[in-house]
Design a protein around this ligand. Sequence first.
Ligand code: ACO
Length: 330
Amino acid sequence: MKQSAVIKGLGFHVPERILSNKDLEQLVETSDEWITSRSGIKTRHVVSEGESLTDLSHGAALKALDDAGLSPEAITHILVATFSPESYIPSAACALQDRLGLRGRVAYDISAACTGFLYALENARAILALHPESKILVCSGDVVTSRVNWEDRATCVLFGDGCGAAVVAAEDGGPHRAVIRDVSLASDGALGDLLTIRGGGSGRHYRLGEPIGEDFFVQMQGREVFKHAVRSMTEVCNGLLERHGLTTDDVDMLLPHQANLRIIEAVGKKLGIPGERVFINVDKYGNTSAASVPIALSEAVHGGSVQPGQRVLLTAFGGGFTWGACLLDF
Ligand code: ACO
């Protein structure tokens, strides 16, 4: 039987350190005007020396648990969506499990770049179908700046660090933030070359004593990524709405991956959703990859932009390529 899943609590955590466009003008040949007009980004939060994804996921997890009114001990499963764990072994989920003192819980990572939160929500729904009593901690975040080439002005100005978290459980008549009505996911690895971090993978080994190259950092064909992002997010949103006999008129708020203001505006326009119903915070955080959707969702909910009774459409697109959409009923 299909189990109805709910989000019981939401939270996020970003590093204290803030880099403004003016700060970036000191690092690369760029300007506040160029960054703002091309991306809508004004500031981004970046980790300090020694601060890792585990610090961010721990902060986000505690806030989401508090919002859900649950103690960490209630959690049965820990899922972390990221491409930038503190270490590859142990995984980000195991590191978080240890930090929370939750020995014995199921813990694993999910790799779907910027679509990670939606992939993790679908994993949580699948777990609940098998084990309805589960309480699943979903963390989704990245220290993108650990894989940014600070000499490449075309990419380094776009990204920031952070983590969002949600506690997901079966609907049991108790308090919750939103019902996860449905999730739709997709991928196309044939287009993977348009956005890569090749170095350090098993196809491009680290070798002791050899210097690392530019391919150890984010490399992106920005214009191509832009086109695919707009097309894919629009298609997956329309498909999900159609599956439920809904139109964009039935959506109170579109909450897209915060990669770039122009992508967000283009998706809103193609879907026919006016700007006042599109949530935007990319100006403050930049593109935080897997963290972007849960940070925006948490801000929208706790800031009062979403009210009980409303319907929110999440959508994301990321490296891989991966993309997806999710319908939430508040
Ligand atoms: N400052 C100043 N000039 C710059 C900068 C910079 N930071 N970066 C590039 N330029 C220059 C380029 O060198 C180029 O100069 P040229 O014409 O003399 O060669 C000029 O600006 C135009 O460069 P383009 O790359 O063509 O600029 P474009 O208008 O396409 O904007 C951008 C670039 C913002 C990256 C855009 O392509 C974009 O938004 N792409 C999507 C990227 C994205 O958001 N990806 C993430 C989505 S998926 C995920 O989240 C993982």
